[in-house]
Design a protein around this ligand. Sequence first.
Ligand SMILES: [Zn+2]
Length: 123
Amino acid sequence: MNDDREALRSRRQRVLAALPPLEEILRGSVFVRSLRCGKAGCRCVSGEGHRAVYLSVTLPGGRTEQISLPPELVRTAKQWVKNYTLWGKAVEELSAINRQVLRQRRRPATPSAGRPRRKRRRS
Ligand SMILES: [Zn+2]
């Protein structure tokens, strides 16, 4: 029993230790767009457009905000977006662990005392 608790605690610690800094998260996605600048005779008229990178994020209410990213900020933005997904995964992982913590903590209680008798989907 105590071993189980210890194992859950160390799993939580591992999840926490692997997290990037919370202040470096960014919800959204980085995408590349090909633009035509409109100048006559530019290579983009016939060939490939100019590469432009953006961060795009959907805000509450469905509005989308886009920020153009200069080349020196692309890596940072991508990292922050990745950090956001890592935090999201960690939240789910910790929730799963904590469900087990709750199950464990109720086990030692006196059997059936005060416990709901309804059937649960999972125990
Ligand atoms: Zn052009």
